[in-house]
Design a protein around this ligand. Structure first.
Ligand code: NDP
Length: 250
C-alpha cells in the first residue's frame, strides 16, 4: 500500500517530460492518476501503461489547453472516469524564447493562455471537485526568479503570474486544509529543452554549469519533490515557492 492509496490525482501535460515523471511517481505511491495530454494520445497511453505495469491505476484525459472553454472541457472528460479528486498538478506548459522586439501579440497571448489562464480556470472549475485536505501544485520555473534573461521574458512573466496565483490560492483554500505550492524546476532534460541541451556541442555542459550540483535535472527529480508536497508529510507547507533548480539560483 502506497502513501497515496485511495487518492485521485490529475496531472496536466502528463504525456511527456516532467508531467509524465510526476504521474508515474504518484501512481507508484498509490494514487489513481488522470494522465492529461494535449495532442499526443500515443504518449499519454504510454504513460498510462507504464503506471499500470508498475501496479498502479491510471486513465487518459485528452483536451487541448489555451483555447476557450478548455478547463470545462477537461473536467467534463475527467468526470466520466472519476468522482472528485485529491491532488491537482498544473504542469502543462509551453516555452517562448523570443526577445521583446520579435514577440507578436499572438505568441504572447498563447503562452499566457496555456501557462496562466488554463491553470486559473482549471482551478476555478475544479475547486468543487477537489476534496478537503487536498493538494495543488503549480509547476513554475527557476526563470521566474533568476537573474533577468530577456529572451525568455514572456515565458518568465507567465511563471511569475502562476506563482502569485499559488500564493493567493493558498489563502483561499487553506480553510479547507488544501495546500497550494509552486514547484520551480531548473533545466530538466525533456523534449522542451532538447534544442538547448543537444542543439550545440556544448549545450549540455553550459546548462550543467548553471547548477551548483553541476548537472542537468531529470523529470524524476522534480517528481520526488511533488510527491513529498502532496503526501501527508507535506501538510504544513503551503503558499511556498520550492526551488528545484539544483542550485541554479545561488
Ligand atoms: P514537454 O514539452 O516535455 O511536455 C509538455 C507537456 O504539456 C506535454 O504533455 C504536452 O502534451 C502538454 N501540453 C503542452 N501544451 C499543451 C496544450 N496547449 N494543451 C494541452 N497540453 C499541452 O515540457 P516539460 O516537461 O519540459 O515542461 C513541463 C512543465 O515544466 C512546463 O510547465 C514547463 O514550463 C515547466 N518547466 C520545464 C523546465 C524544463 O527545463 N524542461 C524548466 C522549468 C519549468 P502533448 O504532448 O500531448 O500535447
Amino acid at each position: 500500500m502506497g502513501v497515496l492509496t485511495g487518492r485521485t490525482a490529475l496531472v496536466t501535460g502528463a504525456s511527456r517530460g516532467i508531467g509524465r515523471g510526476i504521474a508515474e511517481r504518484l501512481g507508484r505511491d498509490g494514487a489513481r492518476v488522470a494522465v492529461h495530454y494535449g495532442r499526443n494520445e500515443t504518449a499519454a497511453k504510454e504513460t498510462v501503461a507504464a503506471i499500470e505495469r508498475a501496479g498502479g491505476s491510471a486513465f487518459a484525459v485528452g483536451v487541448e489547453l489555451g483555447v476557450p472553454g478548455d478547463a470545462e472541457a477537461m473536467w467534463e472528460e475527467f468526470d466520466q472516469h472519476a468522482d472528485g479528486l485529491d491532488i491537482l498538478v498544473n504542469n502543462a506548459g509551453i516555452g517562448n524564447t523570443r526577445p521583446i522586439g520579435q514577440l507578436d501579440e499572438g505568441e504572447f497571448d498563447k503562452v499566457f493562455a496555456v501557462n496562466v489562464k488554463a491553470p486559473f480556470f482549471i482551478l476555478k472549475h475544479g475547486m468543487t471537485r477537489l476534496r478537503d485536505g487536498g493538494r495543488v501544485v503549480n509547476i513554475s520555473s527557476g526563470l521566474a526568479r533568476t537573474a533577468a534573461m530577456p529572451d525568455n521574458v514572456a515565458y518568465a512573466m507567465t511563471k511569475g503570474a502562476l506563482d502569485v496565483f499559488s500564493r493567493d490560492l493558498s489563502k483561499v483554500l487553506g480553510s479547507r486544509g488544501i495546500t497550494v505550492n509552486s514547484v520551480a524546476p531548473g533545466i530538466i532534460d525533456t523534449d522542451n529543452t532538447a534544442a538547448l541541451l543537444r542543439g550545440s556541442p556544448d549545450g549540455w555542459a553550459k546548462a550543467a554549469a548553471l547548477s551548483a550540483l553541476g548537472g542537468v535535472g531529470e523529470p524524476a527529480e522534480v517528481a520526488d519533490v511533488v510527491a513529498f508536497l502532496v503526501s501527508e508529510a507535506g501538510r504544513w507547507v503551503t503558499g511556498s515557492w520550492v526551488d528545484v533548480t539544483g542550485g541554479s539560483l545561488t
